[in-house]
Structures are given as structure tokens and as C-alpha cells.
Design a binder for this molecule. Structure first.
Ligand code: ADP
Ligand code: MG
Length: 301
């Protein structure tokens, strides 16, 4: 296989199409026509082998995850993804690996009706960058959380971090780590009234911290209200996984107190926005000291 065989294979297997694509893969650039009544929302994320995933992970889950984390950013903005670009840096053209990768990537493209419209292919240490483009009529940013708003999370937290440290204990947690599902089911239902939203990629405290910082408010959360898979609670380090473990790709968002009744299933109120700075974590109403932060690159001694 050569570079252009690979591009042809990608083009053939990634067959999902969306409206507004005037020109996809094959020219020097793609031509896209966003809906004129909507805002175009763009984000990009890189996954590096042995930093974001293990080089030995199944290629289909690497394909799935590299797209899922990018689509999750679209969900967190209240946007619907339409187009993606895929930049692949591969150590070699290994047909079996490539077929697996494309299978995972293409399945998620078609699940969310997103079109791959271009990218780049280079040789080097394994790394994948996806750029996602989507549309929204109302983007939900991080900076509009208000004092008294309720803090909500979707799904369960800590499962991905648990699976990373205990890979043989729970299928559900392994799935959360290797094949996360961007929560469009939740985002679509709350985007008309959420005041701020973020996806939990670096850990709850870090990501809720971003909302607080951007909105110039503080937060208090009750650990016992955070939904956690019972398997995760069996681990000695479970509080760390729940509060600081990244990679769950659930949504954390704020809503006005009057909107509590409108929350969809699988959403849990875990705390409230208050005035001031910083985060307070309560465990059965008692403040607990938390000395762990979320994942940050360049933060290793
Ligand atoms: P150029 O030399 O003009 O950058 P390339 O040879 O890199 O062109 O790419 C040719 C076409 O294939 C372009 O339309 C590009 O977007 C697309 N392409 C290249 N690599 C990928 C990839 N990994 N995934 C999707 N499309 C790709
Ligand atoms: Mg190129």
C-alpha cells in the first residue's frame, strides 16, 4: 500500500455524506456551504500514541476514539457536527491496522451523519488529529454560568480512569475508555436552556473549574450526588477517578433553578454555582480536601 492507495481506501470506506458539501476529498481543499442561518463551530484535537491511547490498543477503537473526542467538543458547544478533517501520521502503512482504524472511524461518522472532507497523511510516530466542523443556532459557551445555577452531569464519571488502571475488571468501564459516545442525546435536549457547558475530558474538577473561571463564579458539589458505577467505588482510588479522572466525555453543564424539571434522563444534579472563586467538594455535607487536579500536558516533574 502507498499513500494514495490509503487516501483512496479512506475515501471509499468513509461514505457518509452531508448537505452543504460542494467538494470533498480529492482536490487541494474542500468547499463547504454552511447553513446561512447558523453559526459555524470548529474544533480540533490531537491524539498521540502512548499519551492519549496505547499504541497496542485495537485500531478500531483508536479510530472510534479519535473521532469521538472531537465530536464530543461539538456536543459540548450545543452544535451538530457536519464535516471532519483527518490528519494521520503513521509509522508505516500496515494494511491490517489501517483497515481496523478506518472501520472504527467510519462507523462513528455514519452514526452521526458526518462527512470526512479531507485531511493529510504523513509518516512519523503514530498520531491522529481530527478537526470537526458543525453548526448551531445557539452555541453554549463556558462563560455564562450564573450564581444559583444548578450543576449537572450526564452519565457516570470515573469509569474511563478506572478502566485505565483496572483494565480487566469491567466491560462497561472499558467501553467508556476505548469507545466513548459523544452525548448528543443530552446536548440536543438541554441546549435551549443550559447556561454553560463543557465535556468532561480532563476530569470533573478541572472541567467544572474551567466553567467557573470563565464565568467568574465558584461552585460547590456534593460527592455523594455524582453518579458513579458501583464497580468504580470498589477501587481505593475511586474519588480520584471520579473527580480528576479524564476521558469520560460526559457533559457537565449549568441550568437555572427553574429548569430542573426539564432535565432529560441520565442527568444528575451534583451541586450549585455560588459567588466567589474556586471549587468546594462536600462528602455528606462535610467539605473534603482534594489535592488532585485533572490531566494537564507539560505538568510532569
Ligand atoms: P496536497 O498535496 O494538495 O496537500 P494531499 O496529497 O495531501 O494533497 O491530499 C490529496 C487529497 O486527499 C486532499 O483532498 C486531502 O484533503 C485528502 N486527504 C489526504 N489525506 C487524507 C486523510 N488522511 N483523510 C482524508 N482525506 C485525506
Ligand atoms: Mg496534503
Amino acid at each position: 500500500m502507498k499513500e494514495f492507495d490509503l487516501i483512496e481506501l479512506i475515501q471509499q470506506k468513509c461514505s457518509s455524506r452531508t448537505s452543504g458539501t460542494l467538494l470533498g476529498i480529492g482536490d487541494d481543499a474542500a468547499i463547504l456551504q454552511p447553513d446561512c442561518n447558523k453559526q459555524l463551530v470548529v474544533s480540533t484535537d490531537t491524539l498521540v500514541a502512548n499519551v492519549h491511547f496505547k499504541a497496542k490498543d485495537k485500531p478500531a477503537s483508536i479510530g472510534h476514539k479519535s473521532l469521538a473526542v472531537n465530536l464530543s467538543d461539538m456536543a459540548a458547544m450545543g452544535a451538530r457536527p457536519k464535516w471532519v478533517l483527518l490528519n494521520l501520521t503513521l509509522p508505516e502503512l500496515d494494511t491490517k491496522w489501517i483497515n481496523g482504524f478506518i472501520k472504527g472511524f467510519a462507523a462513528l461518522l455514519s452514526e452521526h451523519q458526518v462527512q470526512l472532507v479531507g485531511g493529510d497523511t504523513t509518516q512519523g510516530p503514530l498520531s491522529i488529529t481530527v478537526t470537526a466542523m458543525g453548526e448551531t443556532s445557539r452555541a453554549i459557551t463556558r462563560n455564562h454560568a450564573q450564581v444559583d445555577d444548578l450543576i449537572v452531569v450526564s452519565g457516570e464519571l470515573g469509569s474511563a480512569a478506572f478502566a485505565l488502571h483496572h483494565p480487566r475488571k469491567s466491560k462497561a468501564c472499558n467501553k467508556q475508555l476505548h469507545q466513548p459516545s459523544p452525548r448528543f442525546d443530552i446536548a440536543d435536549q438541554v441546549k435551549s436552556y443550559a447556561t454553560a457547558m463543557i465535556d468532561v475530558s480532563d476530569g470533573l474538577l478541572a472541567d467544572l473549574g474551567h466553567i467557573c473561571q470563565a464565568s467568574e463564579v465558584a461552585a460547590v458539589i456534593e460527592l455523594t450526588q455524582v453518579p458513579v458505577n458501583p464497580v468504580v467505588k470498589q477501587a481505593a482510588e475511586w474519588q480520584r477517578y471520579v473527580l480528576a479522572g479524564g476521558d469520560d466525555y460526559q457533559l457537565c453543564f449549568t441550568i437555572g433553578m427553574d429548569d430542573e424539571e426539564r432535565l432529560p434522563d441520565d442527568c444528575h444534579i451534583i451541586g450549585q454555582i455560588i459567588s466567589g472563586k474556586g471549587l468546594t467538594v462536600l462528602n455528606q455535607h462535610q467539605p473534603i480536601a482534594v489535592d488532585f487536579a485533572g490531566f494537564e500536558h507539560f505538568n510532569h516533574d
